[in-house]
Design a protein around this ligand. Structure first.
Ligand code: AMP
Ligand code: MN
Ligand code: MN
Length: 336
């Protein structure tokens, strides 16, 4: 059993934040290709820093400055800057939802050079980088850790902070469906909703408003899915892939494929589900899910990726069939 942050680590994180002057530069960073938890926990915490009086807070992530449309209207989105506009030499760096330094790209250097840094995360595969480490593998989302630090800093929840943390919590729990959806998750959700935010409206905006082209693209990619009943020790594996040409044909940005794993993993005949998404020629972002038969985090870590026991990812190379061959073999090595 892996424990969350110790009392000393919480105290050290509070001290790191308090060590910054109100006009010092504070740089917040989340992982490449940010999802709802990465952006929600980072922006919610950034708003909290504003409430504390910090005047120079910026938020960023490595790579192309593409914020998925559903998250563009998050409170605190005005804190976001493209990677080149991040503070060059910040006094304090805070990192959100990042399992390993590789997910920080060139911004890893900013973290290493900062006089103070705090890492907030919940990945079982977290590699233990950064100054103060608030890593809780039992937390359903990084926003749970962010809430813990905000409350220790004496920042009360308000509707704007709550909306950010709620989006993070709802996305990482699959709308409160996954195993991590504990009593304390619902208690946090209750505290967030008590600020007056509207879960129905938020969910519609985040989960239920996709362009028509994204739906058509999803239809085509799901249509080519393959079921392999004998894989994963007979528990079954289902997989599909999407290319950059597919995206182009439907005029869609890559992030519309981030939720494609959800219908794939709903297939009853398969324990393991795989979506292989092209990011460049011969390079693929691989999403892995299991219903319990396989530790997909182990599979991902062995390929240089990371994640959680039942949800993980890595970067694969070659043709989609090469990537799937690798996954099929590794899944058999990581049966529970
Ligand atoms: P995804 O399939 O992209 O939704 O990712 C599932 C989980 O695996 C998330 O917790 C991600 O943060 C993690 N993950 C995905 N890709 C990587 C990677 N290349 N390195 C580390 N963690 C990853
Ligand atoms: Mn994430
Ligand atoms: Mn997360």
């Amino acid at each position: 059993m892996t424990l969350g942050p110790s009392a000393q680590q919480w105290a050290a994180a509070v001290a790191a934040v308090r060590s910054a002057g109100l006009d010092d530069e504070i740089q917040l960073i989340c992982h490449v290709n940010p999802d709802g938890d990465a952006l929600g926990s980072m922006l919610g915490f950034g708003l909290g820093l504003r409430r504390l009086g910090f005047t120079r807070v910026r938020a960023t992530f490595p790579g192309d400055f593409v914020v998925p449309t559903p998250y563009q209207r998050l409170p605190g989105a005005d804190l976001l800057v493209p990677e080149p506009d991040a503070f060059a030499d910040p006094r304090l760096v805070m990192v959100f939802d990042v399992a390993s330094e590789s997910r920080l790209g060139a911004l890893a250097g900013r973290l290493a050079a900062a006089p103070a840094s705090v890492v907030l995360d919940h990945h079982a595969s977290n590699t233990g980088f950064g100054g103060v480490r608030l890593v809780d593998p039992q937390a359903a989302a990084t926003s749970v850790v962010a809430d813990g630090l905000l409350s220790r800093l004496g920042v009360p929840l308000d509707p704007e902070i709550a909306e950010c943390l709620y989006v993070a919590l709802a996305t990482d729990t699959g709308s409160f469906k996954f195993d991590m959806t504990t009593v304390s998750v619902h208690e946090l959700a209750a505290r967030l909703i008590a600020t007056g935010i509207r879960p129905g409206e938020i969910s519609r905006q985040i989960f239920d408003s996709k362009p028509f082209g994204a739906m058509k693209l999803t239809g085509e990619v799901l249509g080519r899915a393959v079921l392999e009943p004998a894989a994963a020790g007979g528990r079954g594996m289902v997989w599909t892939y999407a290319t950059l040409a597919d995206l182009e044909r439907y005029g869609q940005p890559p992030y519309v494929l981030d939720t494609l794993i959800d219908p794939v993993r709903s297939v009853a005949e398969a324990d393991v589900s795989v979506v292989v998404k092209q990011v460049a020629a011969g390079e693929w972002s691989v999403s892995l899910r299991s219903k319990g038969a396989v530790d997909v985090s182990g599979v991902a870590v062995s390929q240089g990726g990371g994640g959680h026991r039942l949800a993980a990812g890595f970067t694969g190379y070659g043709e989609p069939s090469d990537v799937v061959d690798t996954v099929r073999r590794l899944v058999d090595e990581h049966l529970n």
